[in-house]
Design a protein around this ligand. Structure first.
Ligand SMILES: [Fe+2]
Length: 235
């Protein structure tokens, strides 16, 4: 068994420059929009949320890749660009569009090996794959696992509670909504392949479980089953 050590094709200043590009691209996507239909008032449709999610995914992908012996540079650059087109392309094509933007950037900045660019773009293109991830490259698996893990755990719970406010739900719906995060965490734990992602998924799942138990303990009237129809608020 051995981990292949490769010379890093991406320096720290180059990575910082990429981060800046991604942040600016997301901000411009929101500004250029003609105002219609995307529910920008939803926090996760904002450039700031999306960029923060991307940074979390970069961090998780780096951790998983380094522990699992995947190419850390491919995983972190793919993670950085994976949702770049999320705010200006339709959901169904945002992965392909993101790969296109990444390729354009990587081919016109620095001197990155073609094989590196191909691997990064392939991972971005495949990151919204919904099937069994065991057939994908190690780096793509790291990205998909990292992407799933950012939506579960304490951060996933915070976002879900925030969403309740935007949907004008009362706090009595909290147990039901947290239960959805718990379910999402269980789905993520069942889908991840690597030991590292599995460990992180279970650690995060435990946090949501605790929160849910504390909530039900403190508010006996609360129910995980109760469904309330949301009243959506406009911007
Ligand atoms: Fe994502």
């Amino acid at each position: 068994m051995g981990v292949e050590i490769k010379g890093s094709p991406v320096s720290d200043p180059e990575f910082e420059e990429m981060k800046e590009f991604v942040h600016e691209y997301l901000t411009a996507s929101v500004q250029n929009e003609d105002g219609g239909g995307r529910m920008r008032w939803y926090p996760w449709h904002s450039a700031d949320y999306r960029y923060n999610h991307i940074l979390n995914v970069v961090d998780l992908a780096e951790t998983i890749a380094s522990r699992e012996g995947a190419d850390v540079d491919v995983a972190r650059v793919a993670a950085l660009f994976h949702d770049i087109a999320k705010l200006d392309a339709d959901q169904e094509v945002h992965a392909e569009e993101g790969a296109r933007v990444a390729r354009e950037y990587l081919e016109s900045h620095g001197d990155f090996p073609e094989s590196f660019i191909d691997e990064v773009c392939k991972s971005i293109e495949d990151h919204s794959y919904q099937g069994d991830i065991s057939s994908l490259s190690k780096e793509t698996r790291c990205l998909i696992e990292a992407d799933m893990l950012d939506k579960v755990g304490a951060n996933g719970t915070a976002l879900m509670l925030l969403r309740m406010g935007y949907e004008a739900r009362t706090h009595m719906a909290a147990a039901e909504m947290v239960d959805r995060v718990l379910q999402r965490g269980k789905d993520a734990a069942a889908r991840v392949e690597s030991d590292t992602a599995n460990d992180i998924a279970h650690r995060r799942l435990k946090r949501v479980k605790w929160f849910s138990e504390w909530l039900l303990d403190e508010v006996p009237e609360m129910d995980t089953e109760k469904t309330e129809s949301p009243r959506r608020q406009g911007p």
